[in-house]
Design a protein around this ligand. Structure first.
Ligand code: NDP
Ligand code: 2IT
Length: 444
């Protein structure tokens, strides 16, 4: 049996109740086949793929906290330190009721390849909790963050593991987490990224994932003889990534016409108004119905359906498995010629295959949303130097990194005779660096 099949079988057997993790591993290993074939016996002998698909460490912990009624609540906390071959573990924290070990392991696994693609010295990890910040008071969120960090602080540090934000973890949560780490450790150090500007954060980190997504889309289109100018863009999500993707799409001459949240979606034929969206979702933490109320020309729909609007470019920026086969068919039939993932694994495997086989340019999340973690690594550099770079300086480095990532995937896809297959290009390019570092460091 080919080595890849052996390892896929093993991962399935050992993680029977972890569908998201298996989906992420399957996608990567399937597209690594030609790279593995070149060194199959050496990789098999050193159990490279078994090691690559097994986290170095998975920490599960209890998070007790007291709500505003005086009731004690208990959540499950996680930190999966997946791979440190090329640097300290790096990756976000997700607070959402859907969080479980499968979700955190899929995100940690993806992060290993994404971080490798940035070209910066960061390993892969991910964490979070099944806590829902929605509807909680600031005091409750603070109590939760302090309890979460009390346990997490035992396992992280500026040279070992540096968490950041993800779904449900924004500047408010990072602030509370940082404060508690400092209080427990007595040290003022860059142990988290995405920090506020007054206490060690980097300019442009907030915008980085959304902006980076548009920088790589711009380069991918340019290299395929197309451009964003005058194009209609469909975006899902209404959080950090979606908002700054929408802002940069406008700046690059496109018209973003949709966004969505967990309750519904907006179609705004005049284009999404960033200021209104920011007030509704980021200041008031409200539902998108309030956006429609403030913009009479727009329509708010309940539930799913954001991919039913004809568009040139689609940018899924909410969550995993939110763009399915049926959506892919509708997008392709409606003339969509490019899809790039702002979220992690938003496109199902069959939807990705459909888009690729119907001539739609497809950029996978581990490349197209890497601008967030890349800028986190720039925040780490600034913290180490005890310096702050200007917005323009960080933004220019971000743009440069995204352009380089695109060419890296493009070249890897060409080198393995799969021109235009950016999924394979991203997985192979990300893998080769990590595999080389693992090889050099012995059987650890
Ligand atoms: P936010 O919490 O800021 O926003 C998430 C958005 O997605 C919200 O609009 C939320 O709706 C919606 N959403 C979340 N879960 C679901 C769900 N199960 N069904 C439908 N809608 C949902 O998170 P981010 O913008 O930071 O993250 C979005 C995606 O981007 C995630 O996949 C994340 O892993 C990925 N990512 C984030 C990076 C970052 O730097 N922040 C970096 C790279 C990737 P509602 O408002 O109703 O909750
Ligand atoms: O998925 C991701 O890359 C993130 N949530 C950002 C991680 C980070 O460390 O900035």
């Amino acid at each position: 049996m080919p080595y890849v099949d052996e390892v896929l079988e093993r991962v399935k057997q050992q993680n029977p109740d972890q569908p998201e993790f298996y989906q992420a591993v399957y996608e990567v290993l399937e597209s690594l086949r030609p790279a593995i074939a070149k060194k199959e016996s050496a990789y098999r002998k050193s159990a490279l793929l078994e090691r690559l698909t097994t986290p170095e460490r998975a920490i599960l912990f209890r998070v007790p906290w007291v709500d505003d009624r005086g009731q004690v609540q208990v959540n499950n906390g996680y930190r999966v330190q997946f791979n440190s071959a090329i640097g300290p573990y790096k990756g976000g924290l997700r607070f959402h009721p859907s969080v479980n070990l499968s979700v955190i392991k899929f995100l940690g696994f993806e992060q290993v390849f994404k971080n490798s693609l940035t070209g910066l010295p960061i390993g892969g990890g991910k964490g979070g909790a099944d806590f829902d910040p929605k509807g909680k008071s600031d005091r409750e969120v603070m109590a939760f963050c302090q309890s979460f960090m009390t346990e997490l602080s035992k396992y992280i540090g500026p040279d070992t593991d540096v968490p950041a934000g993800d779904i449900g973890v924004g500047s408010r949560e990072i602030g509370y987490l940082f404060g508690q780490y400092k209080r427990l450790s007595g040290r003022y150090e860059g142990v988290l990224t995405g920090k506020g500007l007054s206490y060690g954060g980097s300019l442009a980190r907030t915008q980085a994932t959304g902006y980076g997504l548009l920088y790589i889309v711009d380069e991918m289109l340019r290299c395929n003889g197309k451009s964003l100018e005058g194009k209609t863009v469909a975006v899902s999500g209404a959080g950090n990534v979606a908002t700054y993707a929408i802002e940069k799409a406008w700046q690059l001459g496109a018209k973003p016409v949709t966004c969505s949240d967990s309750t519904g979606w907006i179609y705004d034929p005049d284009g999404i108004d960033v200021a209104t969206l920011t007030v509704v979702k980021h200041v008031r933490r409200a539902r998108l119905t309030e956006y429609a109320a403030a913009r009479p020309g727009s329509v708010c729909h309940e539930g799913k359906g954001v991919w039913s609007i004809p568009c040139d470019v689609a940018l899924p920026c909410a969550t995993q498995n939110e763009l399915l086969l049926e959506d892919a068919k509708v997008l392709a039939a409606g003339g969509c010629f490019a899809v790039a993932e702002g979220a992690n694994m938003p496109t199902s495997l069959d939807a990705t295959a459909y888009l690729q086989s119907h001539g739609v340019l497809f950029c996978p999340g581990k490349a197209s949303n890497a601008g967030g973690v890349a800028t986190s690594a720039l925040e780490m550099s600034q913290n180490s130097q005890r310096l702050s770079w200007s917005f323009e300086e960080v933004d220019a480095k971000l743009s440069d990194i995204m352009v380089k990532i695109f060419h890296n995937l493009d070249e890897a896809a060409n080198a393995y005779d799969m021109p235009g297959n950016y999924v394979a290009g991203a997985n192979i390019a990300g893998f080769l660096k990590v595999a080389d570092a693992m090889d050099a460091q012995g059987y650890v």
